[in-house]
Design a protein around this ligand. Structure first.
Ligand SMILES: Cc1cc2nc3c(=O)[nH]c(=O)nc-3n(C[C@H](O)[C@H](O)[C@H](O)COP(=O)(O)OP(=O)(O)OC[C@H]3O[C@@H](n4cnc5c(N)ncnc54)[C@H](O)[C@@H]3O)c2cc1C
Length: 536
């Protein structure tokens, strides 16, 4: 089988993406929203040969040369993740922070050799999984204190090593991508059932390192819930936790690895909890005339003890933009799944809660066998899969297109949403001189609160997109922190969120993290500037 190549510029793999008609449809949709006839200047994505890349500052030593590269294409494809500002700089052919070396590790011995050499040679090591970071997590922007940078590509560690069907768990390598996880488990009737929107590219180690959140909105959705044990290599040695279903033995070593974003070590393996593949499903979309009622329905559903698989609120703009509504209603997508029993009674009670709050839905569609993939719920699912490709079209037309996600308790939710939306809308007006589009959905919901996910679009200007985006991002992030939210619910901290992460986390906890970093990575070579601030 020929390995698929991730795109140099854009989402997914070469050959994936929008059809010309879809591309045209996306541009027309936003031209309509911005009330313009069309976009006058469409810019083509660059090709690698158009980039003027600086020479590598260091060469790998002989003992690493078998799996390291300094070839331009390898360095270019490991410079960025997949965020909007990453795309802007790719379009501008700005590869100032390209790594000097890319190491394609295939074993722990390779990683050991890299860490050993890099520690002695003062080389910053940036772990690189699927490269789907949207927060600057994989960009070797490490300041001037290092002799060079090395991007450590982990996708060669891509095996499922063991499956324990009795305990329903599997031991897997850190570089395995989500589709390969599911393909490997399917024949056993098992699934990890963790489906981030970046499913095509993301790796197990990257998801654990970033505390990723899956497509399902409630209960088992965070990678944290699936991790049974971890194995993490650090310059100070390897930290492997014991496989346990639960433990009260002090602070959890897994909790230290989960969310460490490559700043403390390389996650080379993990045992993850699995589930039987669900065979009973019901899903439906419920329309609400009032946003407050839709929010109240989500709150009651998450507090009802029904444990829906999905209860995802789309505000009317979000529903319209993604083909899940006509823009006149806020939509709650409600779903139940089980591998064990029919879920109709749960769905019926869930719909009862929605009905009491004025929710309207198509009774027949909600009972259909394919209710998961048809109707408005299906439209939402399809849009969710296609969405990452929209940015490829929009950036060519200088549309600023980004999202940010957060979480807040129910008691503060309404004021929070108003303030954050208003700050973002005002920033767009100030920066671009015209209104933009700010929409919101809840990607995840909990008994004590929700995870609002904001999307914003603005008609920007080629040549000024980075500055325009930076100002909007800053003002929206300031509002999130000022009004009590978290700077990230599942996209992670990376380099982009560090200014707000350091405001959010307790100062003393920052000291504890610094202490851990100093012990595990005394030379400070691991993903410098992420989670623990740069010291230079
Ligand atoms: C279109 C799109 C949709 C997305 N949807 C979601 C979503 O639904 N849910 C979600 O949670 N996130 C989402 N993301 C963000 C991103 O996909 C996640 O953060 C993902 O978990 C990153 O995995 P990765 O393998 O691509 O990691 P990378 O992007 O390669 O790396 C992410 C961070 O982890 C570190 N790292 C990577 N591998 C390891 C390792 N083995 N050991 C130690 N550190 C490591 C890197 O240094 C970096 O700091 C989305 C991104 C895009 C572009």
């Amino acid at each position: 089988m020929v390995a698929r190549k991730p795109k140099f510029c854009g989402w997914g793999y070469e050959g994936d993406g929008l059809t010309p008609d879809e591309h045209e449809m996306v541009l027309q949709r936003y031209a309509d929203h911005f009330d313009v006839a069309g976009f006058e200047q469409l810019i083509e994505p660059p090709t690698p040969d158009q980039v003027n890349l600086h020479n590598a500052r260091v060469e790998p030593p002989a003992k690493l040369s078998g799996f390291c590269s300094t070839a331009d294409m390898d360095r270019l494809s490991h410079t960025y993740g997949k965020s909007f500002p990453d795309y802007v700089r790719i379009y501008a052919k700005d590869f100032t922070n390209a790594p000097d070396i890319v190491a394609y590790a295939k074993s722990e011995d390779d990683i050991d050799a890299v860490l050993d050499w890099a520690t002695g040679a003062n080389i910053a090591v940036i772990p690189f999984g699927g490269g789907s970071s949207v927060v600057g997590g994989v960009e070797p922007a490490v300041g001037g204190a290092f002799a060079g940078t090395l991007s450590l590509d982990l996708t060669g560690l891509d095996q499922i090593l063991e499956i324990d069907k009795t305990s329903r768990a599997a031991r897997m390598q850190g570089g395995i991508r989500c589709p390969d996880i599911e393909d490997g488990l399917r024949p056993q009737g098992l699934t990890m059932r963790h489906f981030p929107q970046s499913f095509d590219l993301a790796t197990l180690g990257g998801m654990i390192a970033t505390r990723s959140g899956g497509h399902y909105a409630t209960v088992y959705t965070h990678i944290d819930d699936f991790v049974e044990s971890t194995r993490m290599m650090t310059p100070a040695g390897t930290m492997e936790s014991r496989r346990l279903p639960g433990s009260g033995a002090g602070p959890s070593p897994d909790r230290m690895a989960i969310g460490s974003e490559g700043s403390l070590g390389i996650i080379t393996e993990a045992w993850v909890r699995l589930q039987d593949r669900p065979s009973h499903r019901r899903s439906t979309a419920i329309n609400f005339d009032k946003f407050e009622h839709a929010v109240e329905a989500v709150r009651q559903l998450t507090q009802s003890g029904l444990f829906p698989t999905n209860v995802r609120l789309l505000d009317r703009r979000e529903a319209l933009l993604n083909g899940a509504g006509n823009g006149e209603h806020d939509v709650v997508v409600l779903g139940f799944e089980s591998a064990d029993h029919p879920v109709d009674p749960w769905m019926d009670r869930g719909l009862g809660i929605a009905r009491e709050l004025g929710g309207a839905y198509d009774e027949d569609a909600s009972k259909a066998e394919d209710s998961n993939t048809s109707g408005a719920a299906g439209a939402w699912r399809n849009a969710f899969i296609k969405m990452p490709h929209f940015r490829d079209a929009l950036i060519s037309a200088a549309v600023i297109d980004d999202t940010f996600e957060t979480a807040i308790t129910w008691d503060q939710l309404h004021g929070f949403l108003e303030n954050v939306s208003a700050a973002t809308e005002q920033a767009i007006r100030d920066v671009t001189g015209r209104p933009g589009i700010v929409s919101c959905r809840f990607t995840h919901a909990y008994p004590d609160g929700a995870a609002p996910y904001f999307s914003f679009k603005a008609k920007g200007r080629h040549g000024a997109l980075l500055e325009q985006w930076t100002e909007i991002k800053k003002r929206s992030a300031d509002a999130v922190i000022a009004h009590g939210g978290t700077i990230t619910h599942h996209h992670a901290v990376g380099r982009d969120h560090m200014p707000w992460y350091t405001q959010q986390r307790p100062e003393v906890f920052g000291l504890a993290l610094q202490g851990a970093k100093d012990k595990l990575d005394p030379a400070g070579i691991l993903n410098p500037g992420v989670i623990v601030p740069l010291s230079n």
